[in-house]
Ligand binder design. Structure first.
Ligand SMILES: Cc1cc2nc3c(=O)[nH]c(=O)nc-3n(C[C@H](O)[C@H](O)[C@H](O)COP(=O)(O)O)c2cc1C
Length: 216
């Protein structure tokens, strides 16, 4: 596959220059197993992408040891939930499976990258520059935009910070994010089916937030 082909596919998948797309990144753990975690991907230029993991994440440690990674493209709130909160499950959802090429099997497309170059953004966050080495994107069926799915993924992002801030005792930040979580939940409940993945994900998040809040 050539550079122009990579550029065409990145555009088609919604990775626009200057923007951030939410994805699930797979990296290799020190023991050779794979780790999957939601990560924002910044498209800096035609074929250069950037990842900004917190240094507390396994993704950060893994990329320092092995820069080969796979960006998995999906809008499935269930996959975002289970890779953000490992070990937690949502009723009827299967654990995400990763193949030997580091691909999250149920994702719609896969972008293989080399993230060898890293720098610090701050004391707590790093930046990895990624070069695209391959893309596997089967012909995609157009999908309609779902506010419910989008808001569920937004709710998961808030929840990851609520967990961290609760542990750090940052109560004002916790309450601010809980309000934002409640707005996301409200949209999901208005537009998504009661048995949809996104409804079940926000229900599970709400239970987890109650526990974290109790311990904060
Ligand atoms: C949609 C979404 C995007 C996220 N983007 C980032 C990110 O860019 N950097 C980061 O450090 N954490 C991000 N997070 C939070 C991490 O996914 C979360 O902290 C995760 O538990 C880290 O897993 P790990 O320790 O296996 O790397 C994001 C979460 C979600 C739901």
């Amino acid at each position: 596959m050539t550079g122009p082909e990579f550029r065409r596919l990145l555009e088609e998948m919604g990775f626009h220059i200057g923007g951030i797309s939410e994805t699930i990144l797979t990296t290799m753990n020190p023991d050779g197993s794979f780790n999957a975690a939601p990560m924002g991907v910044h498209r800096r230029s035609h074929e250069i992408l950037e990842l900004r993991p917190f240094k507390s994440s396994s993704t950060y440690t893994n990329l320092l040891h092995n820069p080969k990674a796979c960006i998995n493209v999906t809008d499935d709130p269930g996959l975002f939930f289970m890779t953000a909160f490992k070990g937690k499950t949502v009723e009827d959802l299967l654990e995400p499976a990763i193949d030997k090429e580091m691909r999250l099997i149920s994702a719609s497309a896969h972008i293989f990258v080399d993230a060898s170059r890293s720098s610090d953004i701050s004391e707590i966050r790093a930046c990895f520059t990624c070069y695209v080495t391959d893309i596997k994107a089967p012909a995609m069926t157009p999908s309609s935009f779902s506010r419910g799915r989008a808001e569920a993924i937004e709710a998961i992002i808030h929840a990851t910070r609520i967990e961290v801030f609760s542990k750090e005792g940052r109560l004002e930040d916790v309450e601010r994010l809980i309000k934002r979580f409640a707005e996301c939940k409200d949209v999901v409940e208005r537009v998504s089916a009661p048995d949809s993945v996104e409804t079940r994900v926000v229900g599970e998040l709400e239970k987890m937030i109650t526990v974290w809040r109790g311990k904060a």
